[in-house]
Design a protein around this ligand. Structure first.
Ligand code: 48F
Length: 270
C-alpha cells in the first residue's frame, strides 16, 4: 500500500492498477474475434448488438471517444431522427420511445437513440472500444480480410509516428459511414480482391435522394471483399447510391442485414 494519509484503504495506485489491469484484460480478450465492427454509428451498433446477442465474440472499434456517429447531430444539429415504420421494431426492442409522424414514419430523440443503441449493444455482449481507430486491414495469403490494424485515435490526430497493433476477426464490418474507410483500404491494398465486378472502383455516394437511398441500402449491404461486409453509409458509398440525410431506418436495417450476412459466414466457417 502506498501513501495512506487520509485513512482510506485505497490510494492512487488502486486507481492506476484498476484502470490498466481491467482494460488490458478486456483488450486481450478482444484480439481474436468472431466479428470486428469498425465504427459505432447506428449501423455498426445495430450489427454488433445482434451478432453479440447470438453469442458471437464481437468488438466495435470507434476512433472517437464518443459513440453514435451521425446520430447525435440529428438533422442540421436539430437532435431528432426520422425512421421508417418498418425499422421501428429495431428501435423499440432497445427501448427507444417513438413518436408517430407522417407518411409511414416515426420520430426519435437523437440522444436517447445513441445512448440506448449503445447500451443495448453492450448488454448483448459487444465490447465497445472507443478512442481506437482502424488504420488498415489484415489480409491473408488468399486475399481474405482477417482482421484490422488498430491504433489510438489520438496518434494520427497528434501527428505521431507510432506503429499499430492488429486484431484478428473471422469477419470484419465496415461501418465507417460516408468515407467507407475500410473498403477503400482494401481496394488500395488488395487489387482485384473484390467479389463483385460492380465494385472494381469505389465510386463514393451520389447526391441526396432520401427515398431511393433508403430503399437500396439493405440490398447494398453485403460482403464486398472476402471477409469484409459493408453496412450503413459505407454500403451506399461503395455502390454510388444516394445519400439520405437524417432518416435512419435504413441504417438500422442495414445493420440487421450485415449481422445476418456475418452470421451466415460465421456458421459456414464453424
Ligand atoms: O457515420 P456513422 O453514423 O455511420 P452509419 O452507421 O450511419 C450514417 C448516419 O449516421 C448518417 C446518415 C443517415 O442517413 O447518413 O450519416 O453509416 O458512423 C460511423 C462511425 O465510424 C467511425 C466514425 O467516427 C463514426 O463514429 N469511424 C470512421 N472511420 C473509422 C471509424 C476508423 N477508421 N476507425 C474507427 N472508427
Amino acid at each position: 500500500m502506498g501513501f495512506d494519509g487520509n485513512g482510506f484503504a485505497w490510494d492512487e495506485l488502486t486507481i492506476t492498477r484498476g484502470i490498466v489491469q481491467s482494460f488490458m484484460d478486456d483488450f486481450l480478450d478482444s484480439i481474436d474475434l468472431d466479428a470486428a465492427v469498425v465504427g459505432a454509428g447506428p449501423s455498426g451498433l445495430t450489427a454488433a448488438r445482434l451478432l453479440a446477442g447470438e453469442g458471437h465474440r464481437v468488438a466495435v472499434f470507434e476512433r472517437n471517444l464518443h459513440i453514435g456517429g451521425g446520430i447525435w447531430g440529428g438533422g442540421m444539429l436539430f437532435p431528432r431522427i426520422v425512421i421508417e415504420e418498418e425499422a421501428a421494431p429495431l428501435m423499440e426492442e432497445v427501448g427507444i420511445k417513438l413518436r408517430e409522424w407522417e407518411n409511414g414514419t416515426v420520430i426519435a430523440d437523437a440522444v436517447e437513440s445513441a445512448t440506448k443503441m449503445t447500451a443495448a449493444a453492450i448488454d448483448a455482449g459487444a465490447r465497445i472500444m472507443v478512442g481506437i481507430e482502424a488504420e488498415d486491414v489484415v489480409v491473408d495469403d488468399d486475399n481474405r480480410v482477417r482482421g484490422v490494424v488498430i491504433n489510438w485515435g489520438a496518434v494520427p490526430a497528434a501527428g505521431l509516428h507510432v506503429d499499430p497493433l492488429a486484431v484478428h476477426a473471422k469477419i470484419v464490418l465496415d461501418g465507417t459511414g460516408h468515407p467507407c474507410e475500410l473498403s477503400r483500404l482494401v481496394e488500395m491494398r488488395v487489387p482485384g480482391a473484390c467479389i463483385d465486378s460492380d465494385f472494381d472502383c469505389i465510386p463514393g455516394e451520389a447526391s441526396m435522394n432520401a427515398a431511393a437511398g433508403e430503399s437500396s441500402l439493405v440490398e447494398n449491404t453485403r460482403e464486398i471483399y472476402p471477409g469484409l461486409i459493408v453496412t450503413g453509409m459505407a454500403a451506399s458509398a461503395v455502390t454510388k447510391s444516394y445519400r439520405m440525410g437524417a432518416i435512419f431506418g435504413g441504417m438500422l436495417m442495414s445493420g440487421q442485414r450485415a449481422a445476418e450476412v456475418a452470421s451466415g459466414i460465421l456458421a459456414d466457417m464453424s
